[in-house]
Every structure is written in C-alpha cells, then in structure tokens.
Design a protein around this ligand. Structure first.
Ligand SMILES: NC(=O)c1ccc[n+]([C@@H]2O[C@H](COP(=O)([O-])OP(=O)(O)OC[C@H]3O[C@@H](n4cnc5c(N)ncnc54)[C@H](O)[C@@H]3O)[C@@H](O)[C@H]2O)c1
Ligand SMILES: N[C@H](CO)Cc1c[nH]c[nH+]1
Ligand SMILES: [Zn+2]
Length: 441
C-alpha cells in the first residue's frame, strides 16, 4: 500500500453492520500477523548473546543501530560531557516531569503488615526492593528520555541497590543528553549503549561487561517485547514487568467532543510507529466525519506524518450504537490508553476497567500522561490490560512473608496441622509439630 495516499474514509466503519469476524479483525493488533518470523529472529539473537556475550551485542548494535562500538559501557566523564550539551529549558522540563512522577509514585509506597492470626502466632508480609533491575529505554524510532524517568523514578524510590539502564545508541555510538540527564536525576550511573533483543538478552543472561539482572523493565518495539517474553519464560533468564509494546490509543467520544482534540490525540500515538494502533468509538456520525477531516488536516503539519499514516492504515474510526456499546468494545479490546471525551467522562470511567491508563475529559490529552501528569507511561499493550497492571512502585519490590509462633501458639494450631498432615499422608510434617510439643511439655 502507498502510505502517502491512504484514504482515511476507507477506515471508517459502522460497528453493527460488520460481521463478528470483521469486528474481530478490526480489533486485532497490527503486529500479530508477523509473530512467527519475529520470534525466530529474536530467538537467534538471544542464543547469539548467550553464546558470544559482548561480541554479539556489539555486532547487532552495528547491524541494527549502525553504531560501531568498542565498548558497551558509558564512562562517567562521557556521560557528563553529553549532559553539558543539554539546553536549560529541556533540563527544566525534565525536572518538572521528575517531580510530578516522583510525587505520584512516592504515594504508592507499599507498607509491611503484621497480623496475629491466632494467639501466639504472628504473620508478616514484607517488601524488599529488587536487588538488580534492568531498565530498557527505547531509542529506535524516537529517543524517549521520558521513559528513563518512568522507570528510573520508581527504581530510585524503591531503593533498588543496582539499577542498570540500556538504550540503543545513535550512529555515533552516543546516547542523548536528555536521556542521560533523566538517568542522572534518578541516580542511575550504570548505563550501556545497546538496544533491541540483544540488550534484553544481555540483561537477562549477563555478558562480560553487563551483569545479569533479576528483572527487566521497560517498553519497546515488537523485537524488544518478544525478547522480554522469551527470557521471562526461561528459568535462567529474568523476570519482566509486562508486555509493553507498540503504542495504542482508543478514544470514546460523543457529540460533545472537540474533533480537533480527538484527532490530535489519535495522531499523538499514531506517530510513535507504523505498528501503533489508534481507534475512535463514537455514536455520532458527525464526530466521526469531523475527526476524519481533522486527521487529514493535522497530518499535513506533522514531521512524522509518514509513520502516522502507516499506523492509521491499521486503525479505525468506528460508529457505535451507544456509549454502552463503546464500553463493551473497549473492555474487549483492553487498550493501553483510553481517552474518554464525553459529556460525563467520570460516570463512564466507572465501567472502564480493562485499560492501562485513563484520560478523562477534554483537557487531558494522552501526551500529558506520556510526560508529566505523574502517572507511569509504561503500560500493558496487546490486550494485556485486561489482566496485567500499569507500572507502579510496587513492581520494583519483591513481596515475601514471615511467621513466628510461641510454644503456646504452636500448641493452639497443633491439632489442625497434625490432622491436615495426616490427611495428606505426610507423617514428617506432623512429627515436626508433635516432637516439639512433647520435648517441651
Ligand atoms: N507500551 C508502553 O508502555 C510504551 C511506552 C513507550 C514506548 N512504547 C513503544 O515502544 C516502541 C519503541 O520502539 P522503537 O523501535 O522506537 O525503539 P526500540 O528501542 O524498542 O527498538 C529499537 C531496536 O529494535 C531492534 N530492531 C529494529 N529492527 C530490527 C530487526 N529487523 N530485527 C531485529 N531487531 C531489530 C534494534 O536492535 C534497535 O536497536 C514504540 O512502538 C512505542 O510505541 C511503548
Ligand atoms: N505513549 C508512549 C507509551 O505508549 C510513551 C511515550 C514516551 N514519549 C512519548 N510517549
Ligand atoms: Zn506517546
């Protein structure tokens, strides 16, 4: 398809006139069709990094990012030189975003709990920061310093002892001053110049220069996401935060919405990548038409119009029968971002639970949450918003339990423990209780 000549009218649909199969196709994520080839590419990269370490990472960085590196690490002096180039106004913007994100995440501090479950028996739930975390900051199609904040702030607040940041370098082998400043604000000093599946493999398995981490965080394109999913299924690999892939936005708008606002929001996510997907649901045919016209008009002024047009080819403006039907479709699609631009957004929001993040009302653009409202922009995609959570402070902790019983406490539970152990035919379990009580009677 010639992207430049995509006719947006061909992406307008009336939901009730579609068959079930057509409805399903409309809600399918664009990347799903290519997953077999994708998985095989990713698996080759993971194996190469496991076998050859740094050499493979450096080789793939040359192949995919066109950067010739002799070392993956970034020295403190080189980081400082880059940061010195940052204009003051960008520094101030990062500072502002840092403070709102920090404020929202600080309030999420999990609390240990201690409960006396029976006389003389106490149980505790404790949180410990993860000891080594890897933060993936995308840098293929656009460098995203904001993502360094979204990952770095909670890692800093949790107090993770080792925080490693990776991101694909530019063709000169450098990371951007803004990204490095954002990392510095979050206290991150261990930084490597690599991206894609090779960076995920290095974090999960370790190489000569990059030490293995316990958990990998961060969004990325379909290669990064597939690599994260693969290493998380390998007992030798690492845990991951969630599948946070190509950006998605669904907008529910009624006749009260401003079509220019809606179109701007749709384009803001379409410009992320050709595999982004944006969907409008509206009971108003007039809004659908007006948003279509606004998309055409606003596209002409965007520097990434070509990317946005490619994303629009697998996007849709859908006329629904009612807002109730829009809610049903949204719950089924489970979008990463859901914008509600209706007369009563708060009311509708009560029913909209399958979302990564909600944007309510006409003055809450999705890009606000991408940068500076304070919520985390690392969110589940591909429909995982029906089961996975948005990134938060708690994800940087491990939860574990502890218990302590006095002799009297154990005596009080003994009959239950012994009876259950005997029911399960596990004599040694029962003896561990009876022996103690006999010894101390
Ligand atoms: N869900 C979220 O929370 C969230 C947040 C921010 C960004 N995003 C998404 O993250 C994505 C970032 O993607 P990006 O591409 O800009 O950057 P990226 O850093 O994720 O990917 C770039 C890397 O992809 C690898 N790559 C590219 N082509 C390849 C190929 N043919 N074979 C193997 N590897 C290849 C390269 O190693 C390259 O370094 C976008 O889709 C954006 O929408 C999602
Ligand atoms: N919208 C992206 C998440 O899907 C996050 C982002 C970073 N910069 C701009 N936007
Ligand atoms: Zn965005």
């Amino acid at each position: 398809m010639n992207c430049e000549s995509l006719n947006l009218n061909s992406r307008q649909f009336v939901w009730s006139s579609l068959t079930k199969a057509e409805q399903d196709a409309l809600l399918q994520r664009p990347v799903q069709g290519t997953s077999a080839t994708l998985n095989s590419t990713v698996s080759t990269i993971l194996t190469a990094v496991r076998d050859q370490g740094d050499a493979a990472v450096i080789g793939y960085t040359q192949k995919f990012d066109c950067a010739q590196l002799t070392s993956l690490s970034y020295s403190a002096a080189a980081i400082a030189r880059q940061i010195a180039k940052l204009p003051a106004k960008t520094r101030e913007a990062i500072d502002k975003a840092y403070s709102t994100i920090r404020r929202f995440h600080e309030a999420q501090q999990p609390q240990d709990i201690r409960v006396e479950t029976a006389p003389g028996v106490t149980c505790e739930l404790r949180y410990a920061p993860l000891s080594a975390v890897g933060l993936y900051v995308p840098g293929g199609s656009a460098v995203l310093p904001s993502t360094a904040l979204m990952l770095g702030v909670p890692a800093q607040l949790a107090g993770c002892p080792r925080v490693v940041l990776v991101s694909p370098p530019d063709q000169q082998g450098e990371l951007s001053p803004a990204l490095l400043y954002a990392a510095q604000r979050c206290g991150i000093t261990e930084i490597y110049r690599c991206g894609g599946a090779q960076a995920v493999a290095a974090l999960a398995y370790g190489t000569e220069s990059i030490g293995k981490v316990n958990k990998i965080f961060g969004p990325g394109n379909s290669y990064v996401t597939a690599a994260k999913q693969a290493v998380s299924q390998d007992p030798q690999g690492a845990a991951i935060d969630m599948p946070a892939g190509p950006s998605e936005l669904m907008v529910i708008a009624d006749a009260s919405a401003n079509p220019a606002f809606v179109a701007a929001d749709l384009l803001s996510q379409a410009e992320h990548g050709a595999d982004s997907q944006v969907l409008l649901l509206s009971p108003s045919a007039a809004i659908i038409d007006a948003v279509g016209q606004q998309l055409e008009r606003q596209l002409t002024t965007l520097s990434r119009a070509s990317t946005a047009r490619q994303a629009l080819a697998s996007s849709a403006l859908i006329q629904v029968e009612s807002l109730a039907q829009a809610v049903d479709i949204s719950q089924r699609y489970a979008p990463e971002h859901l914008s509600v631009q209706t007369a009563e957004p708060d009311q509708l929001a009560q029913q909209l639970t399958h979302v990564g993040s909600l944007f309510l009302g006409p003055y809450t653009p999705e890009s606000g949450g991408d940068y500076a409202t304070g919520t985390n922009h690392v969110l589940p995609t591909y429909g995982f918003a029906s089961s996975a959570s948005s990134l938060g402070l708690v994800d940087f902790y491990r939860r574990y339990t502890s218990q302590k019983a006095s002799r009297e406490g154990l005596a009080g539970l003994a009959s239950a423990i012994v009876e259950l152990a005997e029911t399960e035919g596990l004599d040694a379990h029962a003896r561990a209780v009876t022996l103690r009580l006999e010894a101390s009677s």
